[in-house]
Design a protein around this ligand. Structure first.
Ligand SMILES: Nc1nc2c(c(=O)[nH]1)N[C@H]1C(S)=C(S)[C@@H](COP(=O)(O)O)O[C@H]1N2
Ligand SMILES: [Mo]
Length: 502
């Protein structure tokens, strides 16, 4: 007599097969082609395919943990699909097995279409898919009198061990993947040359008010935004930058050549276009690098050029107005951040930093290619996803203290930061509730390319109050109260903090 495996057992067998396949795939990726892990490939493809609203929502919901959230989502969808494969196999073999194989095929397509795919990129997902399909096939057979021809106990042992071994393999590979050991050793051994100039931080630039963002953001607190699910690992010895396109002379620059140039220090505040009013996607660092304008002067752009399309090793691109890379601002190829080689997540070994422009149009990390071109000829990563081609930073101010709802009534200090890089901040005004705008005192700015701290003493009567700030620029602009979302070129509006004085 034929006795079919139960629906619950079939679903579970699908899930166990998927975990075994995924785990094996991650393991194969870890030893053969780390950047083509099935999870990372599918995640990266989803990031590239995601519409602007989805990216915004992910950043709004999860902040810089958006990548973890994405991996959890992929895992949940995978397990759901695997359970369905089990159920399908139970009633319509071999379609459940085929569905499991299809999941692997999706991984293969995602892996081989990456910009930095290597020849073995197909392998991890192929093995994952084959394992999943075989598991479903072997475990869920309607013919035998017991599931898969196994006893009830055998079935349990087989599925549980497949899940445990697969899960362990996936976890082990994930942990090992964080950043390869060898490349960490290479970075640790780097001694950056000292700069030809010294960037100076004027006395009084840091008001030292507790709760206000530190004037220079430590590397481990610096916000991180990028599309890279796996941080590129570039050996500096193999790094080079090619400058080409609408130029009279093509240039290739190696790491050793770059370090031999007279490097300069500069302090520049980076800001993300996705930052919301009052948000934290902004940081200020001391960068060490070489001015891009000197390299472009050597390359000699043709008169019709008006944009430089920079490309990172993993395929991200940014379109930067040529003028901002040839004028006298500190647009640099950075190799150092706050005294250290760039951290891996911030672009090791080389990134761009351009004062005055949002990161998505200028701050390419892991940069390997600069194509001199035209805005009407080339489109950058985010331009194809609904963001404007040009992204000058908007005038902003943020209240850092008081934050949190309860403050003591009476004398208090309202303080924060204000910025409009490369334009400069002339003043900050604060108002309590609907009162009149009062001029805060401004710290000495490091330069117009950095944020500046400000503070204002205020007296709060017991009860609820709204504290609002706005900045005035050195170009004579007053920060607009008009609320706009981050897309397509940066949020606007005043930052208001509601506090209760007790
Ligand atoms: N290669 C690469 N570079 C990139 C990005 C990216 O996705 N990939 N994102 C840009 C964006 S949107 C911002 S805001 C800055 C953030 O730099 P950070 O992560 O060092 O703070 O990097 C820019 N450079
Ligand atoms: Mo950004």
């Amino acid at each position: 007599m034929e006795k079919r495996i139960g629906a619950g057992a079939a679903g579970w067998a699908g899930v166990a097969s998927a975990i075994a396949g995924a785990g094996l795939g991650e393991l194969v990726a870890a030893v053969s082609a780390p950047r083509s892990s099935p999870f990372a490939s599918i995640g990266s493809a989803l990031i590239d395919l995601a519409p602007t609203w989805a990216k915004d929502a992910a950043i709004a919901l999860f902040g810089t943990a958006d990548k973890v959230a994405l991996l959890v989502l992929i895992a949940a969808v995978l397990l759901g699909a695997a359970a369905v494969a089990g159920l399908v196999q139970r009633i319509r073999p071999p379609w459940g097995s085929a569905l499991a194989g299809l999941l692997g095929a999706i991984g293969i397509v995602a892996a081989v279409t990456r910009a930095d795919a290597d020849p073995l990129a197909f392998l991890p997902s192929a093995i994952a898919g084959a394992t999943g399909a075989a598991g479903v096939w072997l475990l869920i057979r309607p013919t035998a009198d017991q599931a898969g021809g196994l006893s009830r106990r055998g079935f349990l042992v087989a599925t549980v061990s497949a899940a445990v071994v697969g899960g362990a393999a996936a976890a082990w590979s994930g942990a090992g993947n964080a950043t390869g050991r060898s490349i960490r050793v290479v970075r640790d051994a780097i001694r950056l040359p000292s700069a030809h100039n010294r960037a100076s931080v004027p006395d009084g630039a840091d008001l030292g008010i507790e709760g206000v963002a530190p004037l220079i953001t430590p590397n481990n607190e610096f916000y991180r935004i990028d599309t890279a699910l796996i941080v590129p690992e570039i050996d500096p010895a193999e790094w080079s930058l090619r400058i080409h396109g609408l130029v009279e002379r093509e240039i290739t620059l190696t790491w050793d050549e770059l370090l031999a140039l007279p490097l300069e220090e500069s302090v520049t505040t980076l800001a993300c276009v996705s930052n919301t009013v009052g948000g934290g996607l902004i940081g200020n660092a001391l960068w060490l690098g070489y001015p891009i304008r000197h390299l472009l002067a050597d390359a000699r752009p043709l008169p019709e050029a008006d944009m430089v399309l920079s490309r990172s090793q993993d395929g991200f691109t940014a379109g930067t107005p040529l003028e901002t890379l040839t004028d006298d601002r500190n647009a640099i190829l950075a190799v150092g951040m706050n005294g250290d080689p760039l951290p891996f997540e911030h672009g090791f070994p080389v990134r761009m930093v351009v004062p005055g422009l949002y990161g998505y149009v200028s701050a390419t990390k892991w940069v390997v290619d600069l194509e001199v071109t035209r805005f009407d000829r080339a489109r950058a990563y985010w331009t194809d996803r609904g963001w404007t081609a040009e992204g000058p930073i908007k005038l902003h101010s943020r209240i850092d203290v008081p934050r949190g709802s309860e403050v003591p009534s009476g004398e208090t200090v309202v303080a924060g930061v204000a910025w409009q890089q490369h334009v400069g901040v002339a003043g900050v005004e604060v108002r309590v509730d609907g009162g009149s705008w009062q001029r805060a005192s401004l710290a000495t700015a490091i330069s117009d390319d950095t944020w500046v701290q400000w503070s204002l003493p205020a007296t709060l009567t017991p009860g609820e109050h709204d504290l609002t700030c706005r900045a005035l620029s050195r170009a004579g602009e007053t920060q607009t109260a008009e609320q706009a979302p981050p897309a397509p070129n940066g949020a606007t509006g005043h930052h208001t903090v509601r506090v209760t004085a007790a």
